[in-house]
Design a protein around this ligand. Structure first.
Ligand code: LMR
Length: 458
């Protein structure tokens, strides 16, 4: 029980600032607002049962668990071990294990800071116009019919998460089907985002644990039996958490199935350029759907490919059958965004727009992007070599077959927990490791840990 609160007697205040009649009136108004009143409207003194005495009105709130991905970093930060290694969150690190700000981003940021003509006025609800146009061009391709025919509306969003949330809420309000099918497994935030947006979440088979590859047959069967019109979430490339992508031929079959059943594709493109090192190659899946004249939604993020994680820069595009429908859709997206966060932030989007707009800066970006993608591919080979050198039981070739930021190792929750306790390695409990968090220096430590886990923990 907290000690009773003593309500001050205002007669004690003798300072001149409290002595004027108007000040007295203000004080008595304040007292009337703060203190309980009796039936005549006079203040009564605080009793032990007053609101001041009671337990918190939030006393019943139970502590929520940490986020399964971001919580890994929270635990990592508390670990004093000098050998600790964070392979949890998908965030790029240099060979020295440091976060990377791209040179091109730094350069543009300096230019923007020194440009005195810039201001910090609110952006429109849909964000920075240049940024939106250039983002659509980046993912659909400059010559895409959806751009040339103005059939796409693109709005700036709070990174990919924000785009998924706004898109989900738009669908819940305006689309006739409320069910969205997510790959099994998928990024842990997907089900929460869409459920809170008002959609009902179901899954389709995606990953085959036996081959550590794609369950293509299962995928076709599940999407084939989904009710017509259902929304289907597709990872544009570098599937998170598995690193398993369909081949171009498989993508074509998926496209035909989706279109023949009038399912509505919703792409999540969080890794364009980061998977293969080529922006165009990583946009292949989206572009074959955009080229067939059908409709789709697309969430884009610049967190990974431009290293803009904390700036929260992304975009939501809705491709429609006509320019007229697209502009009506945009008007409704504004009604979703305005009461949610009013309008998006200006800084990160200005940096991205400046890079996308300028030939030289764009080229510089693609070189740095390829450097990041290549370093991750090198880490895959080094880890595979290290496990083979140790004679670690099992076939680890999936490490180099999987693509993008993550390897879905196949390690189980007990093995992950063992590696955490004995080797201070931090990763998500589903056995996903962020290859981008690894370096030549830390590969041996990880290989030792995996070797010990698979030989000592069944
Ligand atoms: C991840 O999957 O690690 C990233 O997409 C970061 C996040 O927000 O979960």
């Amino acid at each position: 029980m907290r000690p009773p609160i003593t309500v001050p007697s205002f007669s004690n205040y003798s300072s001149s600032s409290y002595s004027s009649p108007s000040c007295d009136r203000r004080l008595s108004t304040l007292v009337r607002h703060l203190l309980p009143m009796d039936s005549h409207g006079d203040s009564v003194s605080a009793s032990p049962t007053s609101a001041f005495q009671a337990d918190s009105v939030f006393a019943h709130v139970v502590r929520a668990p940490e986020d399964p991905i971001l919580g890994v970093t929270v635990a990592y930060n508390k670990d004093p071990s000098p050998v600790k290694l964070n392979l949890g969150v998908g965030a790029y690190r240099t060979e020295e294990g440091k976060p990377l700000v791209l040179n091109v981003v730094r350069r543009v940021e300096e230019q923007l800071v020194n440009d005195r003509s810039r201001n910090k006025e609110y952006l429109p609800i849909v964000g920075l116009a240049d940024f939106n146009k250039l983002s659509a061009k980046l993912i659909f391709g400059a010559n895409s019919p959806v751009i040339q025919e103005n059939r796409v509306t693109t709005v700036q969003s709070l990174s990919g998460t924000g785009a998924l949330r706004v898109g989900g809420e738009f669908l819940a309000r305006h689309y006739h089907q409320r069910t969205i099918y997510l790959p099994q497994p998928t990024w842990g935030n997907h089900p929460k985002i869409f459920t809170l947006a008002g959609l009902s979440v179901k899954t389709y088979r995606y990953y085959a644990p036996a081959t550590r590859g794609l369950d293509f047959q299962g995928l076709l069967e599940d999407l084939g039996s989904a009710p017509s019109g259902s929304v289907v979430l597709l990872h544009a490339c570098a599937h998170n958490p598995t690193g398993v992508d369909p081949t171009p031929e498989q993508w074509e079959q998926i496209r035909q199935l989706i279109r023949s059943k009038a399912l509505l594709p919703f792409f999540d493109s969080a890794y364009q350029g980061f998977a293969s090192g080529s922006l165009d190659a990583d946009a292949h899946s989206v572009r074959i759907f955009a080229a067939d004249g059908g409709e789709l939604l697309l969430a884009q993020s610049y967190a990974k490919n431009m290293g803009m994680y904390g700036e929260r820069v992304g975009a939501l595009s809705v491709v429609c059958k006509s320019a007229d429908v697209a502009s009506k859709v945009e008007s409704q997206l504004k009604l979703v965004i305005r009461p949610m966060y009013s309008s998006p932030p200006i800084h990160g989007a200005s940096i991205v727009a400046a890079i996308l707009k300028d030939r030289d800066l764009f080229h510089e970006w693609t070189v740095e992007l390829k450097g990041m993608a290549d370093r991750i591919i090198t880490m895959r080979q080094q880890l595979l070599d290290a496990l083979r050198a140790r004679g670690t039981p099992g076939d680890w070739s999936h490490i180099i077959k999987q693509i993008g930021m993550f390897t879905f190792t196949g390690l189980n929750a007990e093995q992950v927990s063992f590696m955490n306790k004995e080797y201070h390695i931090y990763m998500t409990s589903d056995g996903r490791i962020s290859m981008a968090g690894l370096s030549s220096k830390t590969v041996p430590h990880l290989a030792d840990a995996i070797h010990a886990a698979v030989t000592r923990v069944v």
